[in-house]
Design a binder for this molecule. Structure first.
Ligand code: PRP
Length: 180
């Protein structure tokens, strides 16, 4: 527990919020051809829970993008490491992300998908650090606005660790300050 200063969100709190967002998506996309795009790696657990609460038919695909290295702040450099295989033309794309920080990753990915002639592209995120935003991006579905703490768990990592924690925890600064 010394690695963490607090529990930010318990698994039960997360589950309730994810079910609430899924309910809204179920209402909004009735009768539409939907492609859910899970943004790897951080969104893998959120997306797995979200899609199991969806009652509308959806196609699920994966894209990998990276903006952080082992550092705790964004480098401002978004790379597409793996693209989707689905043709999204004339379909409704929902980008599923674990956290919106500067907004650079989602802005880049939204622009990237908009070039493929979709019917729509919307964004669904688990966590939103609004005070850190440097670029404008519309987030249609958000489970939790959060303060600017370094959080891990439920898919989110520090240096690829802690993704498997059930709760979302606040990482003690000594963990990443130690690394330098
Ligand atoms: C994290 C997170 C978002 C992005 C948010 O990804 O999953 O994709 O950073 O930051 P931004 O709003 O400042 O762009 P990361 O590159 O750490 O990859 P990961 O999902 O594989 O952990």
């Amino acid at each position: 527990m010394a690695e963490f200063t607090d529990v930010l969100l318990t698994h039960d709190e997360i589950k309730n919020a994810v079910d609430g967002v899924a309910y809204r998506i179920n209402q909004d996309y009735v009768g539409k051809d939907v492609v859910v795009v899970c943004i790897l790696k951080g969104a893998f657990i959120f997306c797995a829970d979200l899609v199991r609460s969806l009652t509308i038919p959806v196609t699920i695909d994966f894209i990998a993008a990276s903006s952080y290295g082992a550092e705790s702040t964004s480098s401002g450099n978004v790379k597409i490491l793996k693209d989707v295989e689905t043709d999204v033309a004339h379909k409704h794309v929902i980008l599923v992300e674990d956290i919106v920080d500067t907004g650079l990753t989602l802005k880049t990915l939204k622009d990237f998908f908009m070039q493929r002639n979709p019917e729509s592209v919307s964004i669904c995120c688990l966590l939103d650090k609004r005070e850190r935003r440097t670029v404008d991006v519309d987030v249609e579905y958000c489970c939790f606005p959060i303060p600017d703490d370094f959080v891990v768990g439920y898919g989110l990592d520090y240096d690829n660790r802690y993704r498997n924690l059930k709760d979302i925890m606040i990482l003690d600064p000594s963990v990443y300050e130690k690394k330098g």
